[in-house]
Each structure stands twice: as structure tokens, then as C-alpha cells.
Design a protein around this ligand. Structure first.
Ligand code: NI
Length: 159
């Protein structure tokens, strides 16, 4: 691995300054999956789905010339009244983690020039889309954590 690939790999796997997906959702109470915090138009699960949809879109954007991206912004969120259950909650989290791994693999793939402009992706590079996804994830996972705090949904023993 060349040095810049190592740096990028670390950003994807060590998540140094931020909460990981697993940390953000740890011990989240099932009865609040569909709760919308005060003055927030989306639920906790909507927020996770938004992360999943945006990340998936960015991943496909640089790989699939035939991709038709959803309408912005509605297509990047579940319907306002959509709800989930325990299985759906798990599915969303598993998909976020799976796509993150796929992105990491693509970044380390010696056959992919991660800095090259991708013509069908408006000349954006793989590395740019990957970091856009990481940045977007961090932003919303931070929001998720703060909303948990506001709603007192962290375990009492958490320091
Ligand atoms: Ni967003």
C-alpha cells in the first residue's frame, strides 16, 4: 500500500476523531427508533436511513454510469411517516457498515485510480466521493449523538 492509501484506509477504519456507527447506535432503546425529537422533522431511524441512502448514492455515483440519483432532498430521506421495527433498524445499520467497507476496498484497489476524474460522475474522483460520504456520515452521526443526549437516550452509566 502506498502511503496515501494507508492514510485513507486509516480514515475509513479507525475513525479517530468521531463516533463510529456502532458507538452512535450502541444500546439505543427500541421504543425510540421512530421517535422524532422536539422540533426535528425526522426520527432517529430516518437519520440513519439518510446516512445509508446518501452513502450508497455516492458509492454508486463513481461506479455506475447508468445510476439515476434520487431527487434532492426528498429522495435522500424516508417518507416523513415511514417507520421501522427492530429488523429494519438492524438492516439499515448493517447496510451502512457494508457500504463503508465496500468504499474502503475500492479505495485500496490497485486497479482503481482513485484521484482520476470519473467522466460519468461529473468528473468527480473516487476519493472525493468517499470523503464526501465520510464527512456526511460524521456530521449526521454527531447530530444523532446530540439528539440522543437531548432525549436522554444514552445509558445512564455512559461516561
Ligand atoms: Ni445530510
Amino acid at each position: 500500500m502506498t502511503s496515501y492509501v494507508k492514510v485513507i484506509h486509516a480514515a475509513f477504519t479507525q475513525e479517530i476523531p468521531h463516533m463510529s456507527v456502532d458507538e452512535a447506535v450502541a444500546d439505543f432503546p427500541a421504543k425510540h427508533f421512530n421517535t422524532k425529537p422536539p422540533n426535528v422533522p425526522y426520527s432517529f431511524w430516518h437519520l440513519l436511513e439518510h446516512i445509508r441512502i446518501a452513502q450508497r448514492d455516492l458509492l454508486e455515483y463513481v461506479q455506475d454510469p447508468k445510476l439515476v440519483s434520487p431527487e434532492w432532498p426528498e429522495g435522500y430521506w424516508p417518507a416523513p411517516d415511514a417507520t421501522t421495527d427492530a429488523a429494519g433498524w438492524k438492516r439499515t445499520i448493517a447496510a451502512i457498515k457494508k457500504d463503508l467497507k465496500q468504499m474502503d476496498r475500492m479505495l485500496a484497489d490497485p486497479r482503481v485510480d482513485i484521484f482520476a476524474p470519473v467522466p460519468f460522475a461529473n468528473n468527480k474522483s473516487v476519493v472525493r466521493c468517499a470523503f464526501l460520504a465520510l464527512d456526511h456520515n460524521s456530521y449526521h452521526l454527531g447530530e444523532f449523538g446530540i439528539l440522543r443526549q437531548v432525549m436522554e437516550l444514552w445509558p445512564k452509566k455512559r461516561s
